[in-house]
Design a protein around this ligand. Structure first.
Ligand code: BJW
Length: 240
């Protein structure tokens, strides 16, 4: 990592693993979310059309857990917020997570590429807005007044992730790409490391509990819990 310029741009990709130690389930681990519900039922537009009540129930439960069960950012979220504050160049976090733990830890330059649990949107008006309550099919859109049009502001399989152009530009320009707590199963995020390697400039690092699907694509891989690996990695970067 000695080649990293002192003010080089850093892009950090985060996944469910970074929030695990805050008490939020991952998806594909043994006890993960996909071991309890079928993703075809709750994370596809077809599933939502088939059974909106089931999908609302799934996201209502996760929203309540996030808001009411004392879920707070952990040392990994805090370390990334510190990096953004203290690094001389740009630090952009691209998270696949729909929780709000990065912003609660103090990160500001942040893209939620798979949406946000604490927002909903009307399928007619399209504009997302903040939401902490349960949602159901009866609820009317406060803007257009139609019923049955509100949905969670999340990106399901087959839908285009958010802000892809901005992400593509940041990946093309960064000097360091770090992937934290993601299994590398879901595209396009799983392909970011290849995009960065294709440009040939940036150093790439994976911090994860176990090697991801794309582990061999990274220059460097460190295995362990995010709450330990990330603060140590940030300290190393800031004290070079
Ligand atoms: C720890 C830890 C600790 C644990 N410390 N680490 C065939 C081939 C290729 C692609 C496709 C294909 N068929 C379809 C596709 C595309 C599809 C896709 O990728 N499918 C694959 C399953 C094959 N992708 C899409 O449809 C996406 N859209 C799209 O591609 O649009 C077209 C497009 C074209 C061109 C350019 C751009 C776009 C949309 C994907 C939407 C994903 N949505 C979800 C659910 C919605 C949000 C929600 O409800 O929360 O997003 S799925 C779910 O997976 C969620 C997550 O964000 C996402 C990624 O999961 P993540 O974060 O990696 O979690 P896990 O559980 O998999 O991994 C956790 C990791 O942490 C593990 O490695 C652990 O070891 C580790 N860990 N504890 C550190 N303490």
């Amino acid at each position: 990592m000695s080649v990293l310029p002192p003010s080089g741009a850093i892009v950090i990709l985060t996944g469910a693993g970074i929030s695990k130690e805050s008490g939020l389930d991952t998806f594909r681990d043994k006890d993960g979310i996909w071991s309890k519900v079928r993703l075809e039922d709750v994370a596809t537009p077809e599933g939502f059309r088939r059974d909106p009540a089931k999908v609302h129930g799934f996201y209502n439960a996760r929203r309540r857990h996030l808001v009411e069960d004392g879920i707070v950012p952990n040392a990994a979220h805090a370390a990334l917020a510190r990096l953004e504050r203290e690094w001389r160049g740009e630090v952009l976090i691209v998270t696949q997570n729909i929780d709000d733990l990065h912003e609660r830890a103090g990160s500001a330059n942040l893209i939620h590429m798979h949406g946000e649990l604490l927002k909903i949107r009307c399928q007619r008006c399209a504009q997302p807005f903040a939401w902490v309550d349960d949602l159901d099919q009866e609820r009317r859109c406060p803007d257009c007044g139609r019923g049955g049009t509100l949905r969670p502001h999340v990106v399901w399989f087959g839908e285009m992730p958010l802000e892809m152009e901005r992400i593509g530009d940041a990946l093309a320009e960064c000097s360091l790409f770090v992937s934290i707590g993601t299994s590398g199963h879901v595209y396009p995020a799983a392909g970011f490391v290849q995009m960065v390697r294709g440009q040939g400039r940036a150093h790439t690092v994976e911090l994860n509990l176990e090697p991801s699907e794309s582990a061999t694509m990274f220059h460097e891989s460190r295995l362990g819990r995010a709450s330990e690996l990330v603060p140590a990695f940030v300290e190393e970067l800031l004290c070079r």
